[in-house]
Design a protein around this ligand. Structure first.
Ligand SMILES: Cc1ncc(COP(=O)(O)O)c(C=O)c1O
Length: 370
């Protein structure tokens, strides 16, 4: 079995943070944020990058900048975390949950089309586990219906499909740098966009509309503090330099686990699409065992972490704040989540940890009868 690439060097990781700290207090300081944004535009080949305090704020700022507001409807896959839908609600709009295709994990466009109304303003595709849907199909759908695309690429840094980088398919792409993401800064996020007007709105939104976009006056709109703290911007910039190494390590880790699980009873790796360059965010396996969600929970109790077993990920339309009596549930999303073992990795997981996970999973799968 091939070895993992080494843990990307952490030496020097804190230097930028120390420099940022040395310049503090500097209440209006954006030196490190600006540098980080500049580097983002280079790495992701995007015209604009707006650094913010979290992935949730990235979505909030991008949707606000895209003009989503009270009375609008926004198509959101049920196959996502609550953070995708929360900003829609906070803007006074309504998330309309769309199903996903269990065969591809991509949006179920027939379901999406059936849910479009004259109030539908935008669509927020989510590249859960770093897996990306077909960008051409998304663009055709959105263009035909005049919808703005705001991608939730929180988990998808490093993924592309048919040569299109996740986060650059539509008007804006939103990323999280929460711990555990491949590109991390503890907390943080950013918006990528090719639209200078949208970028200017997102910038105004992240800082109380103090510096308004062209055509607007300072504080003409209510906005938030969604700024990325300078020391975290410095850390993010340092990690962006390590990003190729971090990505290579995650790819190797996921490949390692999947190889080690090759003979495991009832577990089949999910394959990316042929034209997809997947960031390998999480080893993904279809659980072909009875009561699959309980199996993931059982593994979590044995310290093998996963999206459903440890974090109880359920379709967003089934969450209490969104559950509504009359509406049909998104069955494809529920099937995907019930049947997918999505292991949670960090860059620190070495061969020993990964082999231990594989060993526990193999043993428990062989014994599983429930
Ligand atoms: C798919 C997805 N969307 C949005 C978010 C929100 O990002 P954050 O936690 O940085 O606010 C996350 C974070 O876990 C995520 O995984």
């Amino acid at each position: 079995m091939t070895g993992l690439p080494p843990l990307p060097v952490t030496e020097g990781l804190g230097e930028g943070m120390l420099a940022a700290l040395a310049g503090m207090p500097s209440p209006a300081g954006v030196v490190f944020t600006s540098r980080f944004e500049h580097d983002l535009t280079t790495v992701f080949a995007s015209r604009h990058a707006v650094a913010v305090s979290s992935g949730t704020t990235a979505l909030h700022a991008a949707l606000a900048a895209a003009g989503v507001g009270p009375g609008d409807e926004v198509l959101v896959p049920a196959l996502t975390v609550v953070m995708t839908a929360a900003p829609v609600v906070l803007l006074g709009a309504t998330p309309v949950f769309v199903d996903s295709d269990p065969g591809t994990l991509d949006l179920d466009y027939a379901d999406a089309a059936a849910k479009v109304t004259p109030r539908t303003k935008a669509i927020v595709p989510v590249h859960l586990w770093g897996r990306m849907g077909d960008p051409a199909a998304l663009r055709v759908f959105a263009t035909e219906l005049g919808l703005t695309i705001v991608e939730d690429a929180a988990q998808a840094a490093g993924t592309s499909r048919a040569g299109v980088t996740a986060g650059t398919v539509g008007a804006a792409g939103c990323f999280s740098m929460k711990d555990g993401k491949i590109l991390w800064s503890g907390e943080g996020g950013f918006v990528l966009t090719g639209d200078s007007n949208l970028a200017a709105h997102a910038r105004a939104f992240r800082s109380h509309w103090l510096q308004p976009p062209p055509g607007s006056r300072p504080q003409e709109q209510v906005a938030l503090n969604g700024r990325l703290a300078e020391p975290l911007a410095a850390l993010a910039q340092a990690n962006l330099r390590r990003f190729p190494a971090l990505l290579e390590r995650r790819r190797a880790q996921t490949a390692h686990v999947l190889r080690a699980l090759a003979g495991a009873c009832g577990l089949t790796p999910l394959q990316p699409a042929p034209d997809e360059t997947w960031n390998h965010y999480a080893p993904l396996l279809d659980i072909g065992l009875p009561n699959p969600r309980a199996f993931a929970e059982h593994l979590a109790q044995r310290e093998v972490p996963s999206s459903t077993g440890s974090f109880h990920l359920v379709p967003c339309d089934a969450r209490p704040m969104f559950a509504s009596g009359g509406r049909a549930v998104c069955r494809g999303a529920a099937q995907i989540l019930d049947h997918t073992l999505a292991l949670v990795l960090t860059e620190h997981d070495d061969e020993k940890v990964l082999d231990h996970y594989a060993c526990v999973i193999t043993r428990e799968a062989a014994a599983w009868r429930t």
